[in-house]
Write a protein that binds this ligand. Structure first.
Ligand SMILES: Cc1cc2nc3c(=O)[nH]c(=O)nc-3n(C[C@H](O)[C@H](O)[C@H](O)COP(=O)(O)OP(=O)(O)OC[C@H]3O[C@@H](n4cnc5c(N)ncnc54)[C@H](O)[C@@H]3O)c2cc1C
Length: 317
């Protein structure tokens, strides 16, 4: 049976939801080892949050150097853990930080790397959606220990029963890995909605909103969804560029993607085509977005979205 090491993404206090997703993929291949790279003294508290996942064993490496010196330092430490544990594959969340770690780690391990996978199979192969979602590619790393980054929300995390075994591991971080020092970081200002790339539900607005995102936001708040936007909407200054979905924006893969007043250009589809269920609302029955939609409503978003919100609230009452 294979052993798969997953990198646990976390803030200083909270384990990210990608952890349960990576664990669910890892268990397809065999045992799952969760690796926490924690600030000094915080490994145990973070490890306790993994009680309801499918992780079998937790390894915590603690050092304040990770925050102080960044990716090089993390990779130095992860390499030492990998050399001790000798996993058959390593799964990392496909965030920008995760992809930086994956690239550096693959070089250190002399391994192949696959990024932005949307699926992972028991034979350690990974599936990617490429060329704007036009092709699905299945590939396998043939050199070294496969390092694979997995898109957030690519799978529904399964819940586990028992608490995983916990172990601390010591590493020696080289001076070379400490050459860069991070002097200051400022977290992005966040609203009350979930992070776009991690949300289970994303509702996006396009040029069809004519700059009025209120109905999109209102339904997003009813569904606990993140708000996305097409480039037409972000270029017009109607919504921040950080919310743009697509080829030159963010890639999302939620359980439900609702496209409102978006035509469905190939560059937009590149960022959302791997969503599990796609719903489109558009006045034009010929809009290309309907080609990729599982469900479509031909209508005015300003009429459809409030009605949908009311219907959902009425069902909950
Ligand atoms: C190199 C490059 C990179 C790009 N990267 C991206 C990217 O990352 N993301 C991205 O989104 N685009 C990207 N684009 C732009 C892309 O080609 C499209 O121009 C853009 O996606 C169009 O946005 P839209 O669908 O909102 O607008 P439009 O194409 O103008 O479509 C608006 C739609 O709204 C419908 N509509 C109008 N009013 C209503 C209403 N009241 N109710 C319901 N429907 C209504 C219309 O029928 C129409 O289908 C890129 C382009 C290039 C060249």
């Amino acid at each position: 049976m294979a052993q798969v090491l997953i990198l646990v993404d976390h803030t200083s206090a909270k384990v990210a939801k990608t952890t349960g997703e990576l664990a669910t993929f890892a268990k397809r291949a065999g045992d799952c080892v969760g690796l926490i790279m924690a600030p000094a003294g915080q490994g145990q508290a973070l490890g306790e949050q993994l009680a309801n996942t499918l992780i079998d064993q937790v390894i915590a490496v603690e050092s304040d150097d990770f925050a102080r010196h960044g990716a090089a330092c993390l990779v130095d430490a992860i390499t030492q853990v990998v050399e001790k544990v000798r996993p058959d594959a390593i799964l990392i969340p496909s965030t920008s930080a995760g992809k930086e770690i994956a690239g550096r780690l693959a070089i250190r391990l002399n391994s192949g790397v696959i990024t932005d996978a949307v699926d992972f199979a028991s034979d350690l192969s990974a599936t990617q959606s490429v060329f704007g979602g036009s092709f699905t590619v299945s590939s396998r790393v043939r050199v070294g220990i496969p390092v694979i980054t997995i898109r957030p929300s690519a799978i529904e995390a399964e819940v586990g029963g028992s608490a995983p075994a916990f172990e601390r591991m010591d590493v020696v971080i080289s001076d070379k890995a400490k050459l860069v020092t991070i002097t200051d970081t400022k977290p992005a200002v966040k609203g009350g909605r979930p992070e776009l790339t991690e949300a289970r539900v994303v509702i996006s607005g396009g040029r069809g909103t004519n700059g009025d995102f209120k109905p999109v936001e209102a339904l997003a708040d009813i569904l606990g969804a993140a708000v996305g936007a097409s480039r037409a909407a972000t270029d017009a200054g109607w919504y921040p560029h950080t919310h743009q979905v697509g080829q030159t924006g963010k890639t999302v893969s939620p359980q439900l993607y609702l496209a409102c007043g978006i035509s469905g250009a190939i560059q937009h589809r590149a960022g959302m085509q791997t969503s599990k269920t796609i719903v489109a609302i558009n006045k034009d029955p010929e809009a290309p977005i309907f080609d990729v939609a599982d469900f479509g409503v031909v209508g005015d978003l300003f009429a459809v979205l409030p009605q949908a919100g009311q219907a959902i609230l009425a069902k909950r009452a």
